[in-house]
Design a protein around this ligand. Sequence first.
Ligand code: UTP
Length: 220
Amino acid sequence: MYVISLGGSLIVKKEINVEFLRKFRNFILNYLKKGKKFIIVVGGGKTARKYQLGAKKLKIKSKNDLDRLGITVTKLNAYLVYLLFKKYSFPQIIDNPQKNINFKEKILIACGWKPGFSTDYVATFLAKKYKAKFVINLTNVDYVYVKRKKRKIGVKTLSWDEYLRIIPKKWRPGLFSPFDPVASQLAKRFKIKCIILNGNNLSLLKEFLEKGVVRGTLIG
Ligand code: UTP
């Protein structure tokens, strides 16, 4: 069982990223044939941020409301991803990972849950629940980057404490962070590792699934 946190940034660029979604579908179907199972937690990405920005301009100030707006976008994206895998997927999109679901299908699709964090938190929660050791965070960067002498350097491994030191401490709606701080605290507590991989190059995911090689950043 693999848990994937699928960044919304991969699903929608300027338009719906049909090319990525087609490749992702074929990629996953190929691994279903090999007996693998997936939990795919779908993010809201740029679309969520656009809505949140619009709402802020309209003087909507409540952080909870902005988060709920973001969650609604994750549901929209999750529905599209669900449709790609309808034949193989549990027939409901999980919007509350606390619910006990005994699924026999090969895929479970989840979306955002509640204010205060991103879908990374949902992915971490589900990883613990279904006993996965990793959350695979498919995103649109190659690595977690750190600043050293004014240069940005991609790092291959970080402990949770090292990672938590370089990202913002506090949650806010639409926060940019390769893996969100609240989810990171949870993953640290649960001793779950996170693998940051660029989803635009699915051969990286292939290398991880087949050889356990991380060509991205391994946290934890
Ligand atoms: P995402 O999980 O998409 O955040 O949720 P993200 O940082 O944009 O991640 P990528 O780019 O998809 O990987 C979008 C927004 O929805 C709200 C938050 O405001 C978040 O910024 N949200 C999402 C929640 O409040 N709770 C959730 O459980 C999920």
